[in-house]
Ligand binder design. Structure first.
Ligand SMILES: Nc1ncnc2c1ncn2[C@@H]1O[C@H](COP(=O)(O)OP(=O)(O)OP(=O)(O)O)[C@@H](O)[C@H]1O
Length: 389
């Protein structure tokens, strides 16, 4: 198990990770999500002892990475697929890693087969495509058959078949009882791959829950309601009536209203009672990607000016929420400008209940045992020190 407690990393005035606490349990694929610059790579580097936390700590099997006996043989990682000596062949690259950790050469050929690079094993890696480089990085992570695996954006550059392969590989590794922690900025991919999701934005925890809970909390139905565009007061009148009846009303960029918490016939009746004409009343379902974008909207560092025109920046709804309760501390260097739109209430659930981290499940502690029959691998991430970044 990987456990972070109050993990914080500052680079001068920049707070990359702030007071992050979470657990990554064995036997599951845990997706680590966040927009660009959210702090995913920094967190992974701290887990692997490549960056020193400014505060808090992170352990693997109860110990910091650097204090693990045979650490490189218990934990495998893909952090940066480009961190390879381009002049070496794929096989020689893996052989040199294997030799450093006392891993037999036959394991190199095994992992080359697992990642599908056996045909190009003798080719120099500098001629590799992005996808081939990713496969080589994954091979390096798997080299020692480690119990704990970290993958930073493993599907980068892979074609659809490669993405499916990675998805199945992650699931298989978790099914074997390993701890699999995989970062991505794609919710759609993680929803298919992961069992559990940890979402961060601007270095802070936004959500920590199972994929199932995330789906049931976020892919709820909503209604789109449109009143005549020329009559703004009709829209206001309807919005007030719907809110008073317990609905949550959010204006959409094109002038429609997104309504949750009220069934369509009730919306129709309320509009009739308020003497408001409707031009549209249609049922919709929010996608997970949308829910994720709403959740991380205020934590996006880089955004195209076209996003605003395309309606990708929504107005904050009433009752907007911040980070997960208990994690809402202010970071002086990184002001929180964002909001976190709550999904519509579920039957029998208080609307504020979502976004609350799932209670920690009972999970086995103790150091992750190395696989009995196979040697374990060193992390295959970048070896640069934090000073070099
Ligand atoms: N060595 C460094 N010095 C200064 N700032 C840094 C350093 N490393 C990371 N940062 C900053 O910390 C923040 C988090 O970066 P990090 O790479 O961890 O994010 P990320 O979630 O992995 O992003 P991406 O998805 O783009 O890879 C960013 O604002 C980044 O610019």
């Amino acid at each position: 198990m990987i456990e972070a407690v109050g993990l914080t990393k500052r680079y001068g005035a920049k707070t990359a990770v702030y007071n992050l606490s979470f657990q990554v349990r064995p036997g599951l694929v845990t997706g680590f999500l966040g927009p660009n610059g959210a702090g995913k790579s920094t967190t992974m580097r701290m887990i692997l002892g490549l960056d020193q936390p400014s505060g808090g700590h992170v352990t693997i099997g109860g110990r910091p990475f650097k204090q693990l006996p045979n650490a490189p043989r218990q934990v495998g990682a893909l952090l940066d697929a480009k961190a390879v000596h381009g002049g070496r062949s794929a096989r020689n690259h893996l052989l040199s890693l294997a030799q450093l950790s006392g891993i037999p050469a036959r394991r190199v050929d095994e992992v080359l087969g697992v990642v599908g690079l056996q045909e190009v094993a003798k080719k120099r890696s500098k001629g590799f495509s992005l996808g081939m480089g990713q496969r080589l990085g994954i091979a390096a992570a798997l080299l020692g058959d480690p119990q704990v695996l970290l993958f930073d954006e493993p599907v980068n550059g892979l074609d659809p078949e490669g993405i499916l392969w990675v998805r199945n590989l992650m699931k298989q590794l978790a099914a074997e009882g390993r701890t699999v922690f995989v970062s991505s900025h794609l919710m759609s991919e993680m929803a298919l791959t992961a069992d559990h999701l940890i979402v961060i934005g601007r270095g802070q925890l936004l959500s920590d829950m199972s994929v199932r809970d995330f789906i049931s909390a976020n892919s709820a139905d909503f209604a789109r309601v449109r009143t005549p565009q020329t009559e703004a007061e009709q829209r206001e009148k309807l919005s007030a009536a719907l809110t008073e009846a317990g609905g949550q009303v959010m204006p959409e960029p094109d002038g429609a209203l997104r309504v949750t918490g009220l069934p369509l016939p009730r919306i129709s009746d309320l509009a009739h009672e308020a003497d408001v004409r409707l031009w549209e009343l249609s049922p919709h379902q929010a996608s997970l990607e949308e829910a994720y974008m709403r959740m991380t909207q205020g934590a996006v560092d880089y955004r195209s000016t076209a996003d605003q025109k395309a309606g990708l920046m929504q107005q904050p709804p009433m009752g907007a929420m911040g980070p997960v309760p208990g994690h809402e501390q202010q970071i002086p260097e990184v002001p929180q400008q964002g909001f976190y739109a709550p999904p519509p209430p579920q039957p029998g659930q208080h609307p504020d209940a979502q976004g609350t981290p799932a209670p920690p499940a009972a999970a086995p502690g103790g150091p992750a045992p190395a696989a009995p029959s196979s040697p374990t691998a060193p992390p295959a991430g970048p070896t640069t020190s934090e000073d070099a970044r």
